[in-house]
Design a protein around this ligand. Sequence first.
Ligand code: ITT
Length: 197
Amino acid sequence: MELVLATANPGKFRELAEGLKPLGFALRSLLDFPGLRLPEETGATFEDNAFLKAAYTAKATGLPALADDSGLVVPALGGEPGVYSARYGGKATDRERNVYLLERMRHLKGEERKARFVAVLVLAFPDGHAELYRGEVEGYILEAPRGEGGFGYDPLFYLPEAGKTFAEMSPEEKARHSHRGRALSALLQAWKDGPPP
Ligand code: ITT
């Protein structure tokens, strides 16, 4: 089956492509469809935004499309950055957003630095049908970045059971623990015997 990965984020693309390998889909990227831009993310939830991106791409390309809407949720900040993770504080780069998050959390200590990553994957078909898969992981936001791997908030996200940040993990190790890895496992489980009923 041909499948369009409806993301313009190269970090996500890499992780999704790796995780989907066992299904043997022929993957397409947005670059295969010049002129196609993802719609504005106007939804209030990860679910809404993932659905917007996947349904739009499936309709525009005539192919099944998989979108990932994800982000970091810090309860002590009232859920920030949440669905605004990609544009937190109006900052343009991952590094600037990380600096901004650290600044916002400067007064928070111990358990107040708890955070979770959420990923919602929506697989949409040109006929309007859609399937949704979700993954979450809980950890802590460090006071300074650690590690060079991954993307986004990975250098700040510390997973106690691994004793590392996501940016200090190999791609395989991050996939075993991450929100996206967990959502992908749910998708793989549903598709292991072919298209779900
Ligand atoms: P697309 O909409 O094109 O897929 P995006 O980056 O705009 O890309 P989102 O709106 O879903 O996607 O924003 C997700 C943001 O959350 C992302 O830009 C990162 O800042 C952060 N994020 C999500 N997953 C992450 C991960 O595994 N590691 C680090 N940061 C992550």
